[in-house]
Design a protein around this ligand. Structure first.
Ligand code: ZN
Length: 346
């Protein structure tokens, strides 16, 4: 099934059916359901008795294989870290920022965030074989920005000389990170972001209470909002936002103490959204992510020294570049929150 806000995209895409492009690039914001859409589209292309609007029937042999994750003419290419999405996952979340340590202990290699050249080579083997069922063969690559350079270059050759009957569905939230040569070989398809009312209605139907606030925090992306609703760090996020709201009185050591078990990228994400909103409040008079904290944001925007704020934002951005390195989280947080207090110095 696709999400309700994707119906229009689905219908418009069916106009391509007569001349289906060999490579389609579905792109748009993270957290709007692009991966599920691509999977459903793949099933529709493989279905042996699809409805006139391209909907897969759900009952033919192809649809049954697809649901079980073993259709012989279908491949989904994911980085190792997203392997769990291969069957039935909905791609709701962004790429997980942190791994779980494997059972074998701390030395365990972390699952790769990249799509590697070996995966693309295996795909090329699949492309040179004929179709098992005599119909289309479909490849989903998600997220396309996870292709490392070698993998992207290997794939490029195939996109330049596409094998007959193979359809590539590339899915990306960051087409700015794709090789331009890859982008130019694909038919680009921007995916719709739902309007806030529809997204809130959908979130409410999923049992989310504070749909409006979470949707704002997720930048309007409903699946990202749904992930926030069940975020295990939610209480700590609220604690952190309260500390940030207190401006120069932010208790950096309490932050270090309480947040030390939270992955660094997660905390940096909260911090970045908060700072974005301090700026937005200052320049546009309206926050984007935390409209419920408008008053505190306005106080912070008023009290902060603009140059110090700009410098601090650069510091946080630099920290993001090394966020996946094994750092002492507690020290990182203490330093960051001490520096945060510094932006309010007279
Ligand atoms: Zn079917």
């Amino acid at each position: 099934m696709i999400y309700p806000w994707q119906t229009n995209d689905w219908q418009r895409l069916q106009q391509l059916r007569a001349h289906w492009p060999h490579a389609l690039l579905l792109h748009g914001e993270a957290g709007i359901g692009k991966f599920r859409f691509a999977q459903h589209l793949a099933q529709g292309l493989l279905c042996e008795t699809p409805a006139p609007n391209g909907e897969p029937c759900g009952t033919c042999a192809a649809c049954r294989w697809f649901a079980q994750g073993n259709h012989p003419d279908y491949r989904v290419v994911l980085p190792e870290i997203l392997a769990g999405l291969a069957i039935g996952g909905d791609g709701a979340a962004d790429m997980p920022a942190e791994k779980a340590d494997g059972e074998e202990g701390k030395k365990t290699r972390q699952p790769s965030k990249e799509v590697k050249i070996e995966q693309v080579r295996a795909l090329l083997d699949f492309c040179t074989l004929g179709s098992h069922r005599g119909g289309a063969r479909v490849v989903v690559v998600y997220p396309a920005e996870a292709l490392n350079v070698a993998a992207a270059n290997a794939l490029l050759k195939t996109l330049e000389e596409p094998p007959a009957g193979v359809v590539f569905l590339m899915v990306s939230a960051r087409i700015d990170r794709l090789l331009p040569t890859i982008v130019s070989r694909c038919r680009q398809w921007p995916m719709s972001v739902p309007n806030p009312a529809d997204a809130q209605r959908w979130l409410a139907a999923q049992g989310v209470d504070d749909a409006a606030a979470l949707l704002a925090e997720a930048g309007g992306a409903p699946l990202a909002a749904l992930a926030l609703a069940s975020d295990e760090h939610r209480a700590l996020r609220d604690f952190t936002l309260a500390q940030l709201a207190s401006g120069p009185n932010c208790d950096a050591f309490a932050c270090g103490e309480n947040l030390q078990k939270v992955p660094v990228p997660v905390v940096l994400g909260w911090l970045q959204r908060w700072l974005y909103d301090v700026l937005a409040q200052h320049t546009a008079g309206r926050p984007r992510y935390f409209p419920g904290a408008a008053k505190a944001l306005a106080r912070c925007a008023q009290a902060a020294d603009p140059a110090a704020l700009a410098g601090y934002i650069r510091t946080v951005t630099r920290q993001r570049a090394v966020e996946n390195h094994p750092l002492n989280a507690r020290l990182v947080f203490e330093e960051l929150f001490i520096a945060y207090r510094g932006i309010f110095a007279a």
